[in-house]
Design a protein around this ligand. Structure first.
Ligand code: NDP
Length: 347
């Protein structure tokens, strides 16, 4: 009897031990799984345009072991451009997508870890030296000592199917990038803000005629810019007008414009159509956590790329609504990596 009791006790003990070891195994496997899903990085770069890759080149050379998450559009806005003729160092120009591949290779040459993925959530820590938490594609968590935000801005388009079909075939959102292709030809530009006014005067120097299409009976641009437009002979302004269709099979041949008041439609033959109705900075995931201006651009301090959050820097179009060039974005990418390196040096 005593022997049976002792045996039962022993069996029960073993059972409990088995359960404990099973729980331990499950726990360790789960912990390993969580560990594999999480990662600590010294320098996380969000975005893969000229700003992001230049930041990566500098950060990698400074031993910050940068990780770049490319975002939805690897290579950024330049991958939607054809030739880039104004980036220094390419005397014969270069295609936008090829330039971005070369920038990526250059960043990787120094050890940058470039990953296809989209940052879906951030939790920025406002205490100096603390890690920032970043979620990738809703399921992977990263802890970053520094973050360089280079998520860029997206040009707004009218949304007409005929316009979308001809992007890259005569429809462009950047006069400085593509205006040269329409030398001595007639073009049109949509918008009445500072960008449209500035780009219209830029195009007027290259093209034979520029037609500005403005939906209201006045321009939104500053008086100084309006003055410049008004005294340029080869700019014609059509107020209270909107484009209803872009015409052309493979390239832009004309636009159909409607007068909002009279509803009269006119066909205007052109070779290039520039859309200048504003940009949207890609800052949605940072909203409420970092200082931004009224339009959603990240505010940087003085001549640096520092934001109001320690260890978080912003470079490229996400913090620049004025210059918006590949070369200026690259310049601020370099600055951001240097700022990140100095920040880590102070910890
Ligand atoms: P803005 O928002 O100032 O202007 C957009 C223009 O596009 C407006 O005329 C607007 O018309 C028009 N528009 C918007 N949507 C449509 C549509 N669907 N169809 C037709 N027209 C449309 O954008 P900008 O890019 O011009 O400027 C952004 C900011 O950057 C501004 O603060 C500007 O001052 C600044 N900037 C400064 C420069 C400088 O100082 N050198 C140079 C460039 C920009 P509506 O007025 O009717 O809304």
């Amino acid at each position: 009897m005593i022997l049976t009791k002792s045996l039962n006790k022993l069996i029960n003990r073993f059972k409990i031990n088995d359960e404990i070891s099973l729980i331990k195994t499950i726990f360790f496997r789960f912990a390993l799984y969580i560990y594999l899903l999480m990662e600590n990085v010294k320098c996380l770069i969000i975005g893969s345009g000229p700003a992001g890759y230049t930041a990566a080149i500098y950060a990698a050379r400074a031993d910050l072991n940068p990780v770049v998450y490319t975002g939805m559009e690897p290579g950024g806005q330049l991958t939607t451009t054809t030739d880039v003729d104004n980036f220094p160092g390419y005397p014969n120009g270069i295609e936008g997508p090829i330039m971005m591949q070369e920038l990526q290779k250059q960043a990787e040459r120094f050890g940058t870890d470039v990953r296809i993925g989209h940052v879906t959530r951030v939790e920025l820590n406002s205490e100096k030296g603390k890690m920032h938490t970043v979620t990738i594609d809703e399921n992977k968590t990263l802890y970053a000592k520094t973050i360089i935000i280079s998520t860029g801005a997206s040009a707004k388009y009218l949304g007409l199917p005929s316009e979308q079909r001809l992007i890259g075939g005569g429809v462009s959102a950047c006069a400085v990038c593509d205006g040269f292709f329409y030398k001595n030809q007639e073009v049109a530009i949509v918008g009445g803000g500072d960008t449209a006014a500035e780009e219209a005067t830029y195009l007027a120097n290259i093209c034979s005629k520029v037609t500005m299409i403005i939906r209201r009976n006045e321009m939104r641009a500053s008086k100084a810019m309006q003055h410049r437009v008004n005294k340029t002979n080869n700019i014609e302004i059509l107020y209270e007008s909107e484009i209803c269709k872009v015409l052309g099979d493979n390239v832009v041949e004309a636009i159909e414009v409607v007068n909002n008041k009279t509803e009269v439609k006119t066909k205007i033959p052109i070779s290039g159509l520039f859309i200048a109705i504003g940009h949207q900075p890609n800052t949605e995931i940072f909203r409420g956590q970092i200082e931004m201006d009224d339009l959603g651009y990240i505010i940087t301090k003085g001549k640096s790329t520092k934001t109001n959050i320690p260890g978080v820097f912003a470079s490229g179009d996400v913090q620049d609504k004025e210059y918006r060039q590949a070369v200026t974005a690259a310049g601020t990418g370099c600055m951001a990596a240097l700022d990140a390196e100095r920040y880590i040096g102070t910890l």
